[in-house]
Design a protein. Sequence first.
Length: 307
Amino acid sequence: MLIVPDSYSSGLAGKLSDISGIKISAPTIRRFPDAETYVRVGAVNGHDIVLVAQLYPGQNGRITELLLLADALHDAGAKSIAAVIPYLPYARQDKRFQDGEALSMKTVAKLLLSVGVTGLLCVDLHFHKKPETFDFHGVKCTNISAGKLLLDHVRSVYPGIEAIGPDLGSSEMIANATGKKAVMEKVKICTNCGKRQSECACKGKDITYKVVTLKSDIEVRGKNVMILDDIISSGTTMLAAVDKLKESGAKKMIIGATHGLFLNNSLESLKAKADYLVVTDSVETACSKVSLAPLIAGSLKGLFKTH
Ligand code: R5P
């Protein structure tokens, strides 16, 4: 077995190699003057390959590099290729919300399969909330959760802290991390008519919806609380949850998520409201205090098991 990192994953690949003892075969990757990507892989004939790719930010270009690497590995005689993509971009377009839309996560799976990637390891996949192995449009996908890792990290600073999910979608992650259900209810309210998005009849491109968190299903008054989610994108879900929990009397507020994109300066807004903020290194940020390497390393060998 060999680990092959893309040009953004040498750090993660190094940690995986140190923990697992699997050697690295570093490819040569360069950019042409017109920004196209050149890749050349080493001697991989007959090896199972763990292709490590960190695809955010700049996912459109990084996916191209990943496809070139996988195809080159395949052509060079790799026995099998499993991609380790801790944060899978395009996973949030898992449905057609309107006719004619691309089902983007299916397209990503088809592209991976077409270049010989038959296994995939992701962490807290947005469209697949359970940690388990399943068929991803022909690719054997293993979804693992960093919830427990994040909770253990926070509990080393705030022992006994309660964890809660900011919406119903986070219930699997919370149950997996804590062994019990503790989630809040999130709704989108039309800023024009005040109704929920599902009941709103307003039409036109100027309609906007505000994220509001309604209630928590555990008592938080006087307690330190960690809000735990798969992803912080615009930050609106977390900000609404923090506001609600503060209003409900929570003491210290800790924010934790697997993937921190922190769009629209949300890192600053969240830092201003929380006592502690932590995300993993699936996307490198100033708050990436938890490394996914031990969790991922523990799952590598299973990627090549045939049954
Ligand atoms: C929702 O289902 C997800 O688990 C996250 O809560 C959501 O995608 C976070 O997005 P944002 O930070 O933009 O509110």
